[in-house]
Design a protein around this ligand. Structure first.
Ligand SMILES: NC(=O)c1ccc[n+]([C@@H]2O[C@H](COP(=O)([O-])OP(=O)(O)OC[C@H]3O[C@@H](n4cnc5c(N)ncnc54)[C@H](O)[C@@H]3O)[C@@H](O)[C@H]2O)c1
Length: 375
């Protein structure tokens, strides 16, 4: 096999650049991390942390032996300790930062204990599934001097940050309405790795809170507000008792009125036929000057016949929002900037979803103030 010849000059410059890059990494203070819950998402956070400069994996924890083995193998570079009991991990003095990627009903207890043990916390979304417990975590995080980040990693997307800025600058005029959806053509895997808790609404918070928290958080961010009122309808419409005992919805429709007056319409289904147009996820923002497609970043001016305008940088498929989000967490610990999704974003995102869920469960309009959380 022949290789293209590379001039010595480029080899020299290349090695200078590599040396400079490794010096930058060497200057980073080392952060000693540990992971509670090493399933699908925990594994992804672990990979992002291993890819980050100067982050060491000290311990991994899971109650399932196969998950624990897999994580230990993935992080073999750092020879992490493997533990089955999460409190044992929090007692380790040589751990600075903890990732929590367990089923949603465990997030609050684990996060509060981790903060109280003096650890920085990266807790997966939703940070909690009931208002009162979210209030307790909010209080603990506000009191703590440690960093708290939530796994709403879409906040790390460069193009979305640019769009949020453009909207604040008046791109669409006054925002009047948002139409968004998340439509899948199939249900989540009934026998998959997280099926032992995902379909149980008491453990996941229901799919609205577990999954749509991402989409709803994006709306909160883009329009710079949070709901005042919610109403909605939904249930288990197609996948009845599949898997057996299922209590998590598979279809619902929600309406919100936001504190700034914006009206939001959102639907989520798991039975949108693949061939039917209009599937997938989108967010459209309607303003007095026109409408914005928040995925393509195209702005459609109101005037008849006007061409759409590329409103901000296009989405970059090469941008790894997961790695960026983890890096922002580690950087904030080092005192370098503020990660884009902290406790406030986590609490408001989860409460937005919970408000919608409760309106569906109670078949009535729910008010934000009735959630009883001081935020
Ligand atoms: N940010 C995202 O895009 C994203 C994507 C997927 C999942 N998530 C979130 O991550 C969390 C985990 O989801 P997942 O898909 O990885 O689920 P999963 O079932 O694949 O993993 C959860 C792991 O937690 C372990 N676990 C359960 N109880 C435990 C305990 N007491 N101590 C230690 N480990 C325990 C389980 O054994 C399992 O391995 C959920 O909150 C989910 O909403 C976030």
């Amino acid at each position: 096999m022949s290789f293209p010849t590379v001039s010595r000059r480029y080899v020299f410059l290349g090695s200078l650049a590599a040396a400079a890059a490794s010096r930058v990494h060497a200057q980073e203070s080392e952060i000693r991390t540990a992971f509670i819950g090493t399933g699908g998402r925990g594994g992804s956070l672990l990979r992002s942390t291993l890819a980050a400069p100067s982050a060491k994996v000290m311990a991994v924890c899971d109650i399932k032996a196969d998950r624990l083995d897999k994580a230990a193998t993935l992080a073999a570079r750092d020879k992490p300790k493997t533990v089955r009991e999460w409190k044992e991990l929090l007692a380790m003095p040589d751990v600075d930062a903890v990732y929590i990627a367990t089923p949603c009903d465990l997030h609050v207890e684990m996060s509060i204990a981790a903060l109280e043990a003096g650890k920085h916390v990266y807790c997966e979304k939703p940070i909690g599934i009931q208002p009162a417990e979210i209030g307790r975590l909010l209080e603990a995080a506000r009191k703590s001097s440690k960093v708290f980040v939530t796994g709403q990693q879409m906040r790390s997307l460069t193009y979305r940050a640019a769009l949020a800025e453009k909207i604040r600058e008046g791109l669409v005029g006054e925002v009047m309405m948002v139409k968004a959806q998340r439509h899948s053509s199939n249900d989540l895997n009934h026998e998959g790795g997280s099926s032992d808790w995902f379909f149980n609404a008491k453990r996941s918070g229901d799919v609205l809170v577990e999954q749509s928290v991402h989409n709803l958080d994006q709306i909160n961010w883009l329009i710079g507000s949070r709901p005042a009122l919610a109403s909605g309808f939904g249930g288990v419409l197609k996948w009845k008792n599949q898997p057996p005992g299922r209590t998590s919805m598979d279809g619902y429709t929600l309406s919100y009125e936001y504190a700034n007056g914006v009206k939001v319409s959102y639907t989520n289904v798991f039975f949108h036929p693949a061939g039917l147009p209009g599937g997938g996820a989108y967010t459209y923002i309607y303003g007095t000057k026109g409408a914005l497609d928040c995925d393509s970043c195209l702005f459609y001016p109101e005037a008849r016949g006007a061409e759409p305008i590329q409103a901000a940088v296009k989405p970059d498929p090469a941008e790894n929002m997961n790695e960026k989000h983890v890096k922002a967490f580690l950087d904030q610990i080092r005192g370098k900037g503020k990660a884009p999704a902290g406790i406030e974003e986590g609490a408001i995102g989860a409460l937005t979803a919970i408000l919608g869920r409760e309106s569906i469960y109670h078949k009535r309009v729910m008010r934000w103030v009735d959630l009883g959380v001081n935020i």
